[in-house]
Design a binder for this molecule. Structure first.
Ligand code: ADP
Length: 527
């Protein structure tokens, strides 16, 4: 590159000098010619005799001219044969050159040439010089620009991936440095990408929603769960306020952006979340905020269920106990007549029986809530077990003139918890009798396929209307409270049935038509 710059600069200077010299030469030559012509036209010729008298003058009358003996050039010519002198005019703007020579006869021939003084000459040339300078400068500018472009073009068009630097060797160290930095950058980029991929993989598989906010509260990172929870497709660069409008949530977020750790609960789309806000601090300064959403819907629901259950249990237990207390008090304080004592005792017994049934059902249900309790599974004949259950309810069925049939393979066996399966069948058949019509019928049908054993209890009873079907498995839920109480129901039977089926990897399906009958089908998974 040095050589190239040197070459271009040399060329430029040479060109400027040549152009300037050519212009200057041309102008001078023409000026010189003019000067010469003017000189010849103004050449003054005088002849002076040795006494100094002017004999001839082409520009003045010799008669009127004074003696020229004392003129330096005339005196020198008379003495030495030649003489010369130069004199400035009075106004100093003209200069006259004199040259004298002694002729053979002793006279002196004098030639005089008057030209402008040097200052005037110089002054006259100034516009010409300026013009030459301007022309040379313009030309130099144009040429310099073109040369600079040519010089810089290879650098501008340099392809960093396949650099061609012939003639630009001085740039090689710079290029090497760029290349090294390029490699370092691509390594760092690959590392950042791999870290980002790891973070995305980790957070992408999280069930919990995760948001990373910058200190302005804008989202830097949001995992899939967070997007799903907030119901948005993209959250990056959005402000938290654009994603959720819950006041408590936003207040907690603002507090966290001020450096305060916090927690709040949030309800979105019918689900409940615990949201944790953690400030990310870098040496005391807030760098951002991590927001974690944990779905607590199930926990919330079971807590609510537990609370409702406790409230219901107290209420349900209180009713028979109040009756027992009232009746026994009548007997104890002698208010009851002798004839009433027996019926009162009967009622007390009935209420006590109800209490015992209810407490037994509550105990059974609480067993299901205990996690980690080992359940004993055995293989037994389901047909025989169903037969026994139907037998135990025979009296009740007869009281209501309800006939109970058992259908299916008498050798059908199942691997299950015997006691619980008995309870399930008892509750279903008991209900089918209780909620049946006088003279109605109940059919218990057993079947199996490769995956499951099926137990179906069908009745021709009162049926259950559509709006209650979803709720009958809830604890203490009864369609008709008075009827259920009259028939000694606790409102816990179907809840137990559902739990037992689920414990065996199955479920219960109910179909019903009001006034026509109901069928409950339980599935026990074989595996
Ligand atoms: P209960 O002890 O009151 O029978 P369950 O939990 O066994 O409680 O049943 C809940 C409710 O479902 C009952 O109160 C009753 O209204 C309804 N039910 C259950 N089985 C039947 C059935 N076979 N036919 C009609 N209604 C039924």
């Amino acid at each position: 590159m040095n050589k190239r710059i040197f070459r271009y600069m040399g060329l430029l200077i040479l060109l400027t000098v040549v152009v300037f010299a050519a212009l200057w030469g041309t102008i001078l030559t023409s000026q010189f010619g003019t000067q010469m012509k003017e000189g010849l036209q103004t050449l003054r010729v005088s002849v002076i005799d040795p006494s100094g008298t002017v004999l001839f003058d082409n520009m003045a009358d010799p008669e009127t001219m004074e003696s020229h003996l004392n003129r330096p050039e005339v005196a020198a010519a008379l003495q030495t044969g030649r003489g010369e002198d130069e004199r400035l005019s009075d106004t100093l703007d003209k200069k006259t050159y004199y040259y004298a020579m002694r002729l053979e006869g002793g006279n002196v021939l004098r030639l005089a040439l008057t030209t402008d003084s040097l200052a005037v000459l110089l002054f006259r040339f100034i516009p010409v010089v300026l013009l030459c300078l301007i022309l040379a400068a313009c030309l130099s500018f144009v040429v310099a620009r073109r040369l600079t472009r040519r010089l810089v073009a290879p650098i501008n068009n340099l392809d960093l991936d396949a650099p061609d630097l012939s003639g630009y060797d001085e740039l090689l160290p710079l290029l090497e440095k760029i290349e090294t930095q390029k490699k370092e950058l691509s390594l760092q980029l690959a590392e950042i990408e791999s870290r980002a991929a790891t973070i995305t993989a980790i957070t992408g598989n999280m069930r919990e929603g995760l948001l990373l906010l910058n200190r302005e509260g804008r989202v830097l990172l949001a995992n899939d769960s967070a997007l799903r929870i907030l119901g948005v497709r993209d959250a990056v660069r959005k402000h938290l306020i654009e994603l959720c409008r819950d006041v408590a949530f936003l207040e907690r977020a603002s507090a966290c952006l001020a450096g305060e750790k916090g927690e709040t609960s949030l309800q979105l789309d019918g689900r409940f979340y615990s949201v944790f806000f953690n400030p990310v601090l870098d040496g005391g300064d807030l760098d951002g905020v991590v927001v974690l959403f944990i779905d607590v819907t199930e926990r919330y629901a079971s807590e609510r269920q537990r609370k409702e259950f406790s409230a219901n249990v107290s209420h349900e237990l209180k009713t028979p106990l109040t009756a027992i207390a009232a009746l026994s008090e009548l007997i104890a304080n002698g208010t009851a007549k002798d004839a009433d004592v027996r019926p009162f005792a009967g009622k007390i017994q009935k209420q006590a029986r109800r209490l015992i049934d209810m407490i037994e059902d509550i105990i059974r249900l609480s067993e299901f809530d205990e996690e980690g309790v080992p359940r004993e599974f055995t293989r037994f004949n389901l047909y025989t077990a169903a037969e026994a259950v139907i037998d135990s309810l025979g009296e009740k069925a007869a009281e209501r003139s309800v006939t109970v049939k058992l259908l299916g393979d008498p050798h059908l066996s199942v691997t299950a918890n015997l006691r619980m399966t008995d309870e399930l069948m008892y509750n279903l058949v008991d209900n089918a009798i209780k909620y049946n019509q006088e003279g109605g019928s109940v059919t218990v049908e057993l079947s199996e396929d490769a995956q499951a054993v099926r137990l179906c209890v069908r009745d021709t009873g009162i049926g259950i209307s559509e709006e209650h079907l979803d709720r009958i498995f809830e604890r203490f839920y009864r369609v008709d409270k008075s009827r259920s109480k009259k028939t000694g129901g606790t409102g816990l039977g179907l809840s137990i049935v559902k739990h037992v089926a689920e414990l065996h990897g199955g479920h219960v399906v109910v179909e019903s038509q009001e006034g026509k009958g109901t069928s409950f089908t339980c599935l026990f998974k074989k595996a």
